[in-house]
Ligand binder design. Structure first.
Ligand SMILES: [Zn+2]
Ligand SMILES: [Zn+2]
Length: 268
């Protein structure tokens, strides 16, 4: 039985894949991954993500400046990202957000470019892919303000369409809060880690409110930890969630794929 997964977050532009990207994509297809979403982390890699999307029918791009790159990005970069937002294979602005763990850029600059890029998403009527680490309350405040200011941005009468908090570090209550703002949460291989309590949180959130991602080349799931990650490994995440929910892998794949198609407008 072949399940159809979507890897909602894979950085396939990294050098890690330069030698064997076609093999990686074939393995993904053979494992049932029908689409990969590739988020840029700055202007250069956003362009690379778009190029990959142009070359591969099953790849879609997100464009944006990651908080790690906040200091290096210029106004001109954001102008070009906005321009690139018109590309037919660009499905979101991201990944954008706040990262206080590494603190590679000053907090106020991170906050400034996060808010600025949400405005680009609003103007382009695109969802956003949010990265947050040790910064969840500040990230919530910025997103909440944007939603309040622009209530018709990707208006969400039924299920979320405004974006996803990827590699979600929060509690089930916090996931419920972001759902109220029109956001999904997504999970990579950390759900498979032995000591991870995250799987318990995922159980409380429910499969209807999540997306799956590999976050390739990072976050390699058990049993492949230590190796380079790739989209085909999404099956280990799907399997773990199926076990935890006592449902079939097929059901996990079906629901999370539907969520991802809905969020990125791939079902339109
Ligand atoms: Zn991230
Ligand atoms: Zn990422």
């Amino acid at each position: 039985m072949m399940y159809q997964y979507i890897d909602s977050h894979a950085h396939l532009f990294y050098e890690d894949y330069q030698r064997d990207l076609e093999t990686v994509l074939t393995r993904a297809k053979d494992a049932g991954v029908k689409i990969c979403i590739v988020p840029g982390i700055d202007l250069k890699t956003s362009r690379e993500a778009v190029l990959l999307a142009e070359q591969h029918e099953n790849i879609f791009a997100c464009i944006g400046v990651h908080p790690h790159e906040a200091t290096k990005a210029t106004d001109k970069d954001f102008g070009e990202i906005e321009e690139l937002g018109n590309h037919p294979k660009v499905v979101a602005i991201g990944e954008i957000g706040l990262d206080y763990h590494y603190d590679f850029s000053p907090k106020d600059r991170q906050e400034e470019i996060f808010a600025e890029q949400i405005k680009i998403a609003v103007r382009r009527n695109l969802p956003i892919v949010v990265h947050t680490r040790e910064s969840i309350q500040d990230a919530f405040a910025i997103v909440q303000k944007a939603v309040k200011t622009h209530p018709d941005w990707k208006e969400t009468r039924t299920t979320p369409r405004r974006g996803v908090f990827h590699c979600f570090p929060g509690t089930a209550e916090e996931a419920e809060y972001v759902r109220g703002l029109g956001f999904y949460v997504s999970y990579p291989g950390i759900v498979t880690f032995k000591k991870s309590e995250i799987i318990e949180i995922v159980k409380q959130i429910g499969v209807h409110n999540i997306l799956l991602e590999t976050d390739s080349p990072y976050m390699t799931p058990v049993p492949l930890r230590g190796k380079r990650n790739e989209p085909a490994n999404i099956v280990f995440i799907g399997r773990k969630i199926a076990e935890a929910f006592h449902i079939t892998e097929e059901e996990v794949a079906r629901v999370t794929t539907e969520n991802t198609m809905h969020l990125f407008g791939l079902d339109e």
